[in-house]
Design a protein around this ligand. Structure first.
Ligand SMILES: [Zn+2]
Length: 254
């Protein structure tokens, strides 16, 4: 059976060859040469951007930048494995530096969960990219944290409206624009049938704060830190505590 599988794989490659997202040679999603180059940019580290402490997986430069853009904007969904592997390493670093503190505080009881929240994109950009890329990263982070014994769960509690074009905006205007577009999802549960009671509105934010759940934000690229900052402010205004920001990649500080 294994041979049949390998044969089918070879046949698919003949009809539809996979090219390396870094250098376009017909090989695998990233050829060994590019994988080696990529290693130069992978280093889980903590950077401070716009007063926000960010756990970042790589330097957003050269091969890393090229592969990330292919994955994000040019439909190379087959790079998920490569990208998620990087963000998993960041999750381990985050765990070693931060999570142990929470573990000492009843985290294992199951009530003090870590909620992993993917940073949102506007509806139009999700439509253009066919999906929310940060969601796959968030799922990888949550699964790595779970492996380390942290009760973690992904929830898309932050959404973003379509925003005005930012071309002529300075950084402060961009940040404000982003913040204005973000909102916390409030889910409403339908009233129990036939009981004649008022709608039992279940507010995500209230539920999270009542259960003492804490949020870890996950984004793909962190440049100025404005997205994390805006997300933190919006969640804080709903009473939600953000305990960490994780990025797949970040620009190097000048
Ligand atoms: Zn290559």
């Amino acid at each position: 059976m294994r041979n049949t599988g390998a044969m089918i794989k070879k046949l698919i490659l003949l009809v539809w060859p996979v090219t390396c997202a870094g250098c376009n040679v017909v090989d695998q999603e990233v050829c060994p040469k590019c994988k080696l180059k990529l290693q130069e940019y992978i280093s889980p580290t903590v950077v401070v951007k716009d007063d926000v402490e960010v756990y970042s997986g790589s330097n957003y430069q050269d091969t890393m930048r090229k592969l990330l853009l292919k994955w994000k904007d040019h439909g190379r969904l087959d790079l998920d494995r490569v990208m998620c592997k990087i963000v998993r390493q960041v999750a381990i670093k985050f765990f070693n530096s931060e999570c142990k503190k929470f573990l000492n505080r009843r985290l294992t009881s199951g009530r003090n969960k870590i909620i992993v929240v993917p940073c949102p994109s506007s509806r139009s950009s999700v439509k253009k990219r066919t999906r929310l890329q940060t969601l796959s990263l968030a799922l990888a982070v949550a699964s790595e944290l779970k492996k380390l014994g942290v009760p973690a769960q992904v929830k898309q509690i932050l959404k973003q409206k379509n925003i005005k074009k930012q071309v002529n905006f300075d950084s402060a205007q961009r940040a404000q624009n982003k913040q204005n577009a973000l909102y916390v999802v409030r889910r409403h549960r339908a009233p129990p049938q036939g009981k004649g009671v008022l709608a039992d509105k279940t507010d995500c934010a209230k539920l999270l704060t009542a259960n003492c759940e804490r949020v870890v934000l996950v984004d793909d690229v962190c440049t100025t830190g404005a997205t994390f900052r805006a997300s933190k402010l919006v969640l804080a205004s709903a009473g939600i505590d953000v305990v960490g920001c994780i990025a797949l990649s970040s620009t190097v500080l000048e």
